[in-house]
Design a protein around this ligand. Structure first.
Ligand code: CP
Ligand code: NVA
Length: 319
């Protein structure tokens, strides 16, 4: 069965380690697994980092990225998500998508699996699907985050990650990914914006240690890494004012960081809003690793795509 990547725990802990090892290797050594082949990149939401890093990762693997905006495709308006997936599999060795609704990815993956090797299979059957962010998850981001933390700390086992902010898509993948590499996770969010019981159970199933609090200082106390994300995610713009009020007191600033471990670093998936979830002094200050983290998006994608293509049997001839 073709391996898809809809969230970080679609990989085993050992597989995540393999991806991280690949991601740490120089781009020049990447095998040309996509030579003469295409990668479809569908975006239903805006992107700066994910689009560019994925395009360049595809090029590093010898392939040709084709950027497709949501309205051009009209997932479930112009045609079904399943037919979009089946069609793209006729031309591409890889399908990557940023979607409004995570369920769309689940349906696309199922459609690709149905056709995997079937009589009416698209010529490129066995095409991996990669989540470039959904309302539920952002696993490609988290590979870059873990790569960055490994570069800073080496082995991450026993280190503490404090996430301050909305327990949304980035948080969900991050909490899972951190648990998979043996980090302790602490989450601070205001009432109503924290993890739900399913989220916590999922982390626990991976053997992860997770603490949830409504006190940001408690989460950050002694932590090795402090992570935040925007208070208002793409698609939630109408809630911006409400969220600004709800999250006041959850800004990552110098006062909050005073309680962190002496060598603590700060990460942010970006885009950042200075003066809201993070102060300018912190994001532009000495603890910040956000540009290393942003650069790692490209290395992480090269590692992930290389791993998925190798799994999919990259030796297939170009269509
Ligand atoms: N961090 C991240 O995914 O950025 P973009 O939305 O710009 O791709
Ligand atoms: N939570 C943010 C992440 C952006 C990369 C959003 O979904 O907009």
């Amino acid at each position: 069965m073709t391996r898809h990547f809809l969230d970080i725990d679609d990989l085993s802990c050992a597989e995540l380690d393999e991806v991280l090892v690949l991601a740490a290797q120089p781009a020049a050594t990447a095998p040309p697994l996509l030579a003469g082949r295409g990668a479809a990149l569908v975006f239903e939401k805006p992107s700066l980092r994910t689009r560019s890093s994925t395009e360049i990762a595809v090029v590093a693997l010898g392939g040709h990225p084709v950027y497709i905006q949501g309205p051009e495709v009209g997932i479930d308006t112009r045609e079904t998500a399943e037919d979009v997936a089946r069609t793209l599999a006729c031309y591409h060795a890889l399908i990557c998508a940023r979607v409004l609704d995570h369920q769309v990815l689940v349906r696309m993956a199922a459609a690709l699996d149905e056709h995997d090797g079937g009589i009416d299979a698209p010529p490129n059957g066995g095409v991996p699907l990669v989540n470039l962010l959904s309302d539920r998850a952002h696993p490609c981001q988290v590979i870059a985050d873990l790569l960055t933390l490994r570069q800073v700390f080496g082995d991450l086992g026993g280190r503490t990650l404090a996430y301050v902010g909305d327990a949304n898509n980035v948080w969900r993948s991050l909490a899972l990914g951190a648990a998979m590499v043996g980090m302790r996770v602490r989450t601070a969010a205001p009432d109503g914006y924290g993890p739900d019981a399913d989220d916590l159970a999922r982390v626990a199933r991976l053997g992860g240690e997770i603490e949830v609090t409504e006190d940001a200082a408690e989460a950050v106390a002694g932590a090795d890494a402090i992570y935040t994300d925007v208070w208002t995610s793409m698609g939630q713009e109408e809630e911006a004012e409400l969220r600004r009020k709800a999250f006041s007191g959850f800004a990552v600033d110098d006062a909050l960081l005073a309680g962190a471990a002496p060598g603590a670093v700060v990460l942010h998936c970006l885009p950042a809003h200075r003066g809201e979830e993070i102060s300018a002094a912190v994001i532009d200050g000495p603890r910040s690793r956000v540009w290393q983290q942003a650069a790692n998006r490209m290395h992480a994608m090269r590692g992930l795509l290389g791993w998925l293509l190798a799994e999919a049997g990259a030796a297939k001839v170009a269509p």
